[in-house]
Write a protein that binds this ligand. Structure first.
Ligand code: TXE
Length: 526
């Protein structure tokens, strides 16, 4: 059963609010450092038996949890929307549907992905030896997750960690703790063995305590600043970390692109989840010859977006998660204005609401020298800049500290692929934008300050296991030529190893046979 710690020694509580209305929707405990240590110890104990379970048994729990989610999908979507401010439609499209697909995929495919692998050691003189890699679970994995996709990010990682044979301690964001608690409840409902998954609520202090509590890996998604702190603290105990940090993702639109599709993609890429996605379009580079027409299409489409409470089905853009987040957007919009860019639509808080709504904002005349084009905004802004040549577009797109995703629009697919390979980002899409986190089969992670390591896909699963090399020698009757009993004869043999054996050629290695025999005889005598 997954334990949800509900009381702290200090009785300190975290209140969860609906950011669209300001209503209080619940309260959870601020888990203390001592409780975190206790949770990790319990996790390590549970690991001893969980690691012995078969893939089939693990999959059974994951698939049952999947059923449980399907059964209460509407309530879960509503909770996600209420706690984060996002439209309930996006709770389905960007969180529930993709994570259910991920659950099915890893429940079925983990055994194949983690199948022991034979290595061809290819050394003719090593006959009788064989090598293989097996994948061992790591132990207790700490997952520290953000508020922007409070269901799909942590749940996807939980499922992958469990399938690989690890136990998990999950610390959801303090802004969306109830969704995190819900994940714990789902697994409790399907009778996951005790302490295999524990959800500990709390703020950054609880997260920091988890990093230092003796977990075997930390999977972190959040800001660059916190990522750096976590990497520093984890280094003290050599705890490995995967860091999925922010982005300042570029979209490049060439003149030959399908402009109808590209303009719809641009506004969705910039404004979905109120722009609070690490792979949001935060910089749009348009080829100069079509810039005016394309910008007009974007402005017209943006003005048609419905901004409203997330609970209303026709809402396109909901509230932002917090006042703090909204203030960053206000600051960046002010920076754009001050730097000479032009606000074409939006640009301010939406005064029709009490909550944290910022109008979808389109900005023309942006340039990479502006601060707001360099720092992550994480809000509903779409700054547009222009370029003249393909190489200029690549240069502008790469002129950033980040490198999570990028998007290229052209009807010329070979050009799209050529440009894609020049962009320094973990994922580059041609004629697509933002969404591949929703394909659990594909790797997710960044270059540069966007972090390191991967979540999702085969590479993500590999982060959750320790590859172990097993080497077997079936022929022990002959001594190894390189063992002690060094002599001139040994040196001659090793010289032969260097000249003939390491060439990989059967013919060359055969030449070494008389010298090898001499050496073996010598060793036998000793
Ligand atoms: O993130 P934090 P915040 C970016 C985005 C946003 C900014 C700040 O630019 O404006 O980050 O968001 C836990 N040790 N992204 O303040 O602080 C914290 O409790 C261990 C990008 O919400 O990074 C929460 O669970 N853990 C991003 C988680 O870290 C600590 C998603 C994230 O919080 C900790 C979210 C510490 N010292 C924000 N301090 C993305 N990559 O998608 C905090 N935490």
């Amino acid at each position: 059963m997954s334990a949800i710690i509900s009381k702290t020694e200090t009785e300190e509580k975290i209140i969860s609010y609906n950011p669209a209305t300001g209503e209080k929707i619940g309260a959870v405990a601020q888990t203390s450092a001592a409780q975190v240590v206790n949770a990790v110890e319990n996790s390590q104990r549970a690991f001893k038996s969980w690691r012995e379970t078969s893939f089939k048994e693990r999959a059974k729990f994951v698939l049952k949890a999947r059923e449980a989610i399907l059964n209460e999908m509407d309530e879960i979507a509503r909770l996600i929307s209420d706690e984060s401010g996002k439209p309930v439609t996006e709770a389905f499209s960007a969180e529930i549907a993709p994570v259910l697909d991920l659950m099915r995929y890893f429940a079925r495919k983990t055994p194949a992905i983690l199948k022991p692998e034979k290595i061809n050691i290819g050394q003719l003189g090593l006959l009788g030896r064989s090598s293989k890699i097996i994948y061992q679970p790591l132990g207790a994995v700490g997952i520290i997750s953000p508020w922007n996709f409070p269901f799909s990010i942590p749940l996807g990682e939980v499922v992958m960690a469990l399938m690989a044979g690890n136990t998990v301690v999950l610390k959801p964001s303090e802004l969306t703790p109830l969704v995190g608690v819900k994940i714990g409840e789902i697994f409790r409902k399907v009778d996951l063995p005790e302490n295999v998954l524990q959800v500990i609520t709390g703020d950054g202090r609880t997260g920091a305590a988890l990093v230092e509590a003796g977990v075997n890996k930390i999977m972190f998604t959040g800001s660059v600043a916190t990522g750096k702190k976590i990497a520093g603290n984890a280094a003290k105990t050599l705890t490995p970390v995967v860091l999925e940090l922010g982005g300042k993702d570029p979209m490049i639109v060439f003149a030959d692109a399908d402009l109808e599709a590209a303009s719809s993609a641009a506004i969705w890429g910039a404004f979905t989840n109120s722009g609070q996605a690490c792979s949001s379009v935060e910089r749009l580079y348009v080829e100069e010859s079509i810039a005016e027409r394309f910008t007009a299409m974007i402005v017209a489409k943006t003005r048609k977006l419905q901004q409203n409470l997330g609970s209303i089905e026709t809402t396109d853009v909901g509230a932002m998660v917090s006042e703090n987040q909204l203030k960053i957007v206000e600051d960046h919009v002010a920076d754009f204005k001050k730097s000479g860019a032009e606000i074409l639509t939006g640009g301010k808080r939406n005064g029709n609401f009490q909550g944290t709504f910022f109008e979808p904002t389109v900005i023309a005349g942006a340039g990479n020298e502006m601060r707001a084009m360099r720092e992550e905004t994480f809000g509903p802004t779409l700054p547009i800049a222009t370029f003249k040549t393909e190489s200029e577009a690549v240069e502008l797109a790469n002129d950033t500290d980040f490198g999570l995703t990028a998007s290229i629009w052209t009807k010329n697919i070979s050009r799209g692929k050529r440009v894609a390979e020049k962009i320094l980002a973990g994922t580059v899409m041609v004629n697509e934008v933002l969404y591949t986190h929703g394909i659990g089969q594909t790797p997710w992670g960044g270059f540069k300050q966007s972090g390191y390591g991967r979540t999702h896909g085969k590479l993500g699963l590999m982060e959750l296991v320790a590859p172990q090399h097993i080497h077997v020698n079936r022929v022990t009757v002959l001594p190894n030529a390189w063992w002690f009993g060094y002599s001139q004869n040994a040196i001659d043999t090793f010289r032969g190893f260097a000249r003939h054996f390491s060439s990989g050629s059967l013919f060359q290695t055969a030449k070494l046979a008389p010298q090898m025999l001499k050496r073996i005889k010598e060793l036998r005598k000793k």
